[in-house]
Every structure is written in C-alpha cells, then in structure tokens.
Design a protein around this ligand. Structure first.
Ligand SMILES: [Zn+2]
Length: 480
C-alpha cells in the first residue's frame, strides 16, 4: 500500500465511510488565506517545483535549518534545483513533523507522485513535477478549479486597490475571490515612521486629506465600503493580544496628532489608541454584517539576527504566552454592550488557550446566527493532526461542534489546498471512531450531516459570501 492511500488517517470502517461518503466531494470555501490576488488574476504559471513549493515556505526553512542545512539552500542564492535537492535530503528527517504528511499529500494530490521523497529520487520527481507544471494544468487558476474551490478569500491592506479581485470576478471561472480587510498598520502609533508612511498611502488610496483623527476614520470607512462593494465580508487582525482598554475620542485624537508629528506613542497610549480603533472596526463590521477574525498570540521575529538578515516571516516566530482571556472578553463585551458585536472568529496560537477561546466564544452567542462567535480552526503551529483534534475536542466540550465553520488554508502557497482534505480526514476519524465505540450513536445520517456541514455548508451560510452560480461551476470545474 502506498503511504498516502485512500484511507489515510481513517482508522475505522465507520470513519472511512463518513469521509468518503459525506465529505470527500464537498467543495472548498477557503475563507482565510494569504494567496496573492495578482497571481490568480494573471493565472500564474510556475517555473518549477521550487518556485511553487519552497519559495516563501518558512515551515520548510525551519526544518532544513533544524537539520543542519546551510541558509544558502533555504533563502539564499542556491539554484532552484539545489534548493529542492536540499529539501529532499531533509524530508526523511522530518518523520512525525506535519511536514512529512503535507509533503507526501501535496506530491500525490498535485502530481500523482506516490514515492517517499528523498535524495535518491529527487531528480526524477523534480523532472516529473516540472513537466506537469509546464503542461499548463497546474496554473494558479487551474489549481483552484482542480481542488473545487468555490470561494477564495485573500488578506488585503485597506490601501489595496482590489483591481485583481475585480478582474477575476468578472470572468466566469467557477470560483470567486474576495478581499479581507486587514488594517493592522492603522494601529501602529508606536512606530511613527511606519504609521505615517501608511497614513500617506491611505490618503492617496482614499483620495482624502487626512489631517485629523476623524478624517482618518472617514478614510478607513471609505475603504471598508469599497471592500464591501467587491464582495468582501470579512476582516482580520493579527495581534499579540486583544486591545480593549477604554479610550475616549479626545485621548485618541491627542495620540493620533502626536504620532503624526513623528513622536512614538508610549506603550499605554498605543494600547489605548489600538483599543479605540478596534472598537471602531468592530462597529464597521457589525453595521455591514461582516465577520471579524482575530488571530491572537504570535510572538514574532524573536531572532534578531534572522530578522535583520532575512526580514519578517522567514521562520523566526514563536508561540506567545500573553494572558488572553480578560482583554478578549472585554473587547467582545464592549461591542456587545452597544449592540455592535459582529460575527467573529477567534484563533489562538497557544494551545493552552484552547479552552479559554472556546469558553469566551460561548459567552457571546446570540440568535439568529448559529455560532455567532466561532472558536477558529487550528492555526499555524497548531495546524496539524494533534492541534486539529485539540481544537475539535475543546469546541465539542465547551460549545457546539455542529455549527463550526471549518478549516482554512491560511497559506501563501498554492500547494496548500490538501489541508482541507487532511482536516476532513481528521474530523471523520474522530467522529467515526466514537460511533464505533458507542460514544456517539451509530446514526450515519446525523453524524454524516454534521461532518458534511462543517466542511462547506456552515461556512457558506455563516459568512454570506456570494458563490458562483452552479452552471458556471459545472461548465469549468475540473473533477478531482
Ligand atoms: Zn493568516
């Protein structure tokens, strides 16, 4: 039997039945990713396996470094084939790291390759994969169709012009791509140079002169409106912890003015200003019935030399341990008190926070939306089998698994779509095994409906994103 076989991760007959019968053919609604819209609009072709698979992949770089590989083969000047060869030498040493599963899943699902990658077969796999990339089926758009993606959300700065989203959605490609409003730069009054350069960009993007806090807020609202016009229904914030210190408009104005003059806000001023804006953004989302996402707890760029030499997002980030509970529930409560709590997905990076996040979400449920505040899918370091099971178990024990809106790729790479399949297998394995032990009833219809909804339907109903019409999908979709 090959390593990635039809029943991979499915340890009982019932789990196998659930997966194959109820989830395997569900389409994908990938509501959080970092894929570049420009690549989708231009239907990017990938030159070789290194370009599509290794570039920008800090998970792989970390493993290569951990295995003693020189930086030249990770982010350095080695040739594409040398980098691929270095990765293939590393793979046998990644046993039990999720990379070992991802690697072989991806080789199989994209290229039909069943071999276990190592130094000996690197050359033949390189040639086989590159030939398929040259063939033209595995372009950016081809990949979205192959994996039956119906909706792909990107993550975008409020200043982005969204021109690529517009062009993609005006063509009948069988999927839609929507922007996500991510205004992290708007909070950075602690870094005046960065903040002011960004406000200047926002002035140009919104065609507004920004002299005061209120014109700043007007410009942000105008961009939020524009995202809405392009079909965007989600926002996202990447924060170490939630900001929820009460801060008046006059205090926020003073902090804004100070930063605009080039002076850094003190830590408590930064906290106050960021809190003021987070409430403002919460109101914007609630007004338009958007969903806000909070990604909380990453301790970024902890290796100073790595940051200086290679920049951010190169594999030097860590799990943080900020106390999350109080600030998070205060934020939800401030918005809820003024009837301005939008639908929300809260993701934690520290697994010790699983029950906190699941419990916090449970305190702010309210009809008519089922699962109004969602405990988000396992994120980043937790995006692996154990982390997914922890998230599913915490959600099941504290809240309602049945209303969960499911998995996202959260990826910069077009090679990450099998993450959805992997998640579905983990989900079906968990529930199928419990049906066999009698901890869940042997009611295939009930459990089958539950897992199927978690894969697509819950997200479709919850997020309210417009899907392509069915006839468009059938006209262009490639069956997988
Ligand atoms: Zn993300």
């Amino acid at each position: 039997m090959t390593f990635i076989h039809d029943d991979f991760l499915l340890h009982s007959a019932t789990a196998r039945n659930l997966y194959h019968r109820y989830t395997a053919r569900e389409p994908i609604l990938d509501y959080h990713s970092h894929l570049p819209a420009a690549d989708i609009a231009s239907d990017r072709r990938f030159r070789d396996l290194t370009q599509i698979w290794l570039e920008g992949d800090h998970y792989k770089w970390r493993a290569m470094r951990a295995n003693g590989t020189d930086e030249r083969y990770c982010t350095g000047k080695a040739t594409p084939y040398e980098k691929f060869l270095a990765w293939s030498r590393t793979v046998p040493f990644t046993l039990r790291n999720p990379l070992y599963h991802w690697t072989h899943f991806e080789l199989k699902r994209y290229f039909g390759i069943d071999q276990l990658l190592d130094e000996r077969n690197a050359k033949s796999i390189w040639e086989q994969a590159n030939a398929m990339l040259a063939d033209g089926g595995l372009t950016a758009q081809g990949i979205l169709k192959k994996f039956r993606v119906r909706v792909q959300c990107t993550t975008d700065d409020p200043c982005d012009d969204l021109v690529h989203h517009r062009s993609i959605n005006s063509a009948a490609l069988g999927f839609r791509i929507y922007p996500t409003f991510r205004p992290d730069n708007a909070l950075r009054v602690d870094l005046p140079e960065k903040f002011n350069a960004w406000v200047d960009r926002l002035e140009r993007a919104s065609n507004t002169e920004i002299r005061t806090l209120s014109t700043f807020l007007d410009a942000l609202k105008q961009r939020h409106d524009l995202f809405h016009k392009h079909g965007g229904r989600l926002s996202d914030h990447g924060l170490d912890h939630c900001y929820s210190e009460p801060c008046s408009q006059s205090d926020a104005t003073a902090i804004f003015d100070k930063t605009r003059k080039g002076h850094a806000a003190a830590p408590e001023e930064h906290e106050g200003f960021a809190s003021f804006l987070m409430i403002f953004f919460g109101r914007l989302d609630a007004e338009k019935n958007w969903t806000k996402q909070l990604h909380l707890g990453a301790l970024r760029s902890v290796n100073t030399r790595g940051l200086q030499e290679l920049g951010p997002d190169t594999g030097f980030d860590c799990v943080g341990d900020w106390p999350q509970a109080q600030a998070l529930v205060r934020y939800l409560d401030l918005l809820d008190s003024e009837r301005a709590l939008p639908k929300m997905v809260i993701y934690n990076l520290n697994p010790a926070d699983n029950y906190i996040f699941a419990a916090a979400a449970g305190c702010f449920q309210e009809g008519p939306t089922a699962g109004k505040v969602q405990f988000g899918s396992a994120w980043w370091f937790l995006d692996q089998k154990e982390g997914m099971e922890w998230q599913l178990n915490a959600l099941s024990n504290i809240g309602l698994l049945s209303g969960f809106i499911g998995m996202v790729t959260d990826s910069r790479s077009f090679m990450s779509f099998p993450r959805h399949e992997y998640f579905r297998r983990v989900l079906c394995n968990l529930l199928g095994n419990e049906m066999e032990t009698g901890e869940l009833p042997n009611d295939e219809e009930l459990v089958g409906r539950t897992v199927r909804n978690i894969c697509f339907e819950n997200a479709r109903q919850y997020l309210g994103l417009e899907l392509p019409p069915e006839n468009e999908v059938h006209g262009t979709g490639v069956r997988f």
